[in-house]
Structure formats: C-alpha cells, structure tokens
Design a protein around this ligand. Structure first.
Ligand code: C2E
Ligand code: CA
Ligand code: CA
Ligand code: CA
Length: 279
C-alpha cells in the first residue's frame, strides 16, 4: 500500500500536472491557430553554383496573436503527437502552391521552385496523393516547381506504400528530396528504389566543417552516392565562406544557409529575387 501511495504521489506531482495541462493548452491553441490560418511559410533561399537563387525551402512559422512569431521548435512536436502536423503541412503546401501559381506568371519568378517539408503522417494518409494533385490543379501551380522534403526515417515505417505514392506524384512532375540524409542508422541501399531528385546534406555535418574529418568523410560519401545515383546534392546550414568553398571543392552544387539568407517572409523573398543584381 505504501508503494502504491508513492506512485500515486508521483503521478499527481504538481510540476508534472502543470506540464501536462500546458501541453493540452498548446494543443488547443494549435487547433485554434489552424482554424484561423495563423501558420505561414517563411522562405529560405536555395542557390546554385553560380550563386543564383533557384528556389526556397518553406519553413513553417506560427503568427501567434499574443505570442508573436513562433518557430517550429515550439509547435511541430506537439502538433505531431496530437495528430495535427499533417494540417500544418497541408497549409504550407496550399500556400506554396498558390505562390508558385503567381510566380508562374512572371519571367523573373517562373523558374523558382519551392521545397515543402512533409511529415510521415501526411505521406501515410490514404488520400494524400489525390488531395495534393487536386490542390495543384486548383491552384494552377506547375508541379515541376514543387519539391517535397522527406526524411529517411519516415520512409521506413511502410516503405511500399510510401514508394507507391512517391511514384504516383512523380509521374505528375513533383520532385523529392531526402532531408537529414546520413543522420539515421538505416542502410542507404533503399535509396536506389526511390524516385528521388535530390539529397540534402544535413546541417549537423556542415556545421563541423572545415575541421571535422568525420563530417567531411560523410559529406564526401553522400556526394559520391548522389553522383552515382544521378541525384542533385544540396547542403543546408552553410554559414561561412569557408564551408561554402569546401563544399564546392567536394562537388556540392547547391546551397542553403545563413550565409545566403535566413528564412524570411514571402514578400521579402520576392523582393530579393526580383531585385536587379547590384553590381
Ligand atoms: P529542417 O527541415 O532540417 O530545416 C532546416 C532548419 O535549419 C530550419 O530551422 C532553418 O531555419 C535552419 N537553418 C537554415 N540555415 C541555417 C544555418 O545556416 N545555420 C543554422 N544553425 N540553422 C539554419 P527551423 O525553421 O527552425 O525548422 C526546424 C525544423 O522544423 C525543420 O528542420 C523541419 O524539420 C521542421 N519544420 C519546419 N517547417 C515544417 C513544416 O512545414 N512541416 C513539418 N512537418 N516540419 C517542418
Ligand atoms: Ca527540410
Ligand atoms: Ca535538415
Ligand atoms: Ca532536421
């Protein structure tokens, strides 16, 4: 009886209870925010070897009426656990597609692509393919300009279903990038069975450049793998000229990171890409 009493005590620990109710409040707040369409895309430029902006990654932000602008660190995990992250993702997809449709109308922006992060939950929805194709059609976006970023761990839950969906979408032009490659413990053999276009070198490896020999070896291996599979490679988290240079030397041709621009509001990104280069 004494032991049970202890357990009960621990269960009703006021600090823990406070944390639980804070989480529930956040969950409710996310639901409300989704209804009110408070989740907006920030865009981080992606550059090619010539330093031209060729597109952007869409990074979710929560424009909270009281708390201000919140990053995904505040809401993605809770949204995932509450089964709400697919709604966040889909709101990003919707806004990305509408932007791509607008960009299509003007020569300065028509060739830009947008990369949207996808959670496993969305990819595993039975009607995801239909919903996305419908969204593309309704919005008038060019499917070839939409890239979906997946992580390797999310694919392993139900490979066959994921692969089938990816093939269907790719037939319509949508492209795929594998985010966080090399950070999981999975075999890389599965990569050749997927309809991929790009591998993304995680910032955890780039961060260690130029000193860390292990990171360098991993980045080299990813670039070699991409070369033999004929995939594009992009490095994220590039913060210094030195890192940029070293990545170029290894054969990486696409870049993203604070060195080239932080995630920014849509209009700011548009100003940047339509501005005449100052030279
Ligand atoms: P991620 O997909 O790996 O995105 C890259 C993160 O690195 C972003 O953080 C970005 O702002 C940050 N970053 C970019 N360049 C640099 C750099 O040079 N140095 C450093 N230190 N960091 C850099 P953010 O925006 O806070 O997003 C964090 C994570 O949240 C993302 O990691 C992604 O996993 C997730 N996320 C963001 N938006 C969405 C979304 O719409 N849906 C889903 N499911 N997840 C999202
Ligand atoms: Ca990403
Ligand atoms: Ca990443
Ligand atoms: Ca990540």
């Amino acid at each position: 009886a004494k032991a049970a009493g202890k357990n009960t005590m621990r269960f009703f620990d006021p600090a823990m209870q406070k944390a639980v109710s804070a989480r529930l409040r956040l969950e409710e707040d996310i639901r409300r925010g989704l209804q009110a369409e408070e989740f907006i895309p920030y865009l981080q430029p992606q550059l090619d070897e010539a330093g031209r902006v060729v597109g952007a990654e869409v990074l979710a932000r929560w424009q909270h009426p009281r708390r201000g602008l919140l990053g995904p660190g505040v809401f993605i995990e809770v949204a995932e656990q509450a089964g709400l992250v697919e709604q966040v993702d889909f709101q990003m997809l919707r806004q990305a597609c509408h932007r791509l449709a607008v960009w299509r109308q003007s020569p300065a922006t028509a060739s830009l692509s947008l990369a949207v992060n996808l959670s496993a939950r969305l990819l595993y929805q039975a009607d995801f393919v239909d919903k996305l194709l419908q969204l593309l059609e309704l919005s008038g976006a060019d499917p070839y300009r939409l890239k979906l970023e997946l992580t390797e761990t999310m694919l392993l839950d139900d490979m066959p279903a994921a692969v089938a969906r990816m093939h269907q979408l790719r037939e319509h032009g949508i492209r795929f990038s594998i985010d966080d490659i090399g950070t999981g413990y999975s075999s890389l053999a599965y990569l050749q069975t997927l309809p991929l276009d790009q591998l993304k070198i995680d910032q955890s490896f780039v961060r260690e450049l130029p000193e860390n020999g292990n990171s360098l070896a991993i980045i080299r291996a990813i670039c070699a793998l991409a070369g033999s599979l004929q995939l594009e490679v992009i490095a994220e988290g590039v913060e210094t000229e030195e890192q940029h240079k070293q990545l170029q030397d290894i054969g990486c041709r696409h870049f993203q990171g604070y060195l080239f621009g932080r995630p920014m509001p849509l209009d700011e990104f548009e100003r940047r890409v339509t501005m005449a280069p100052e030279e």
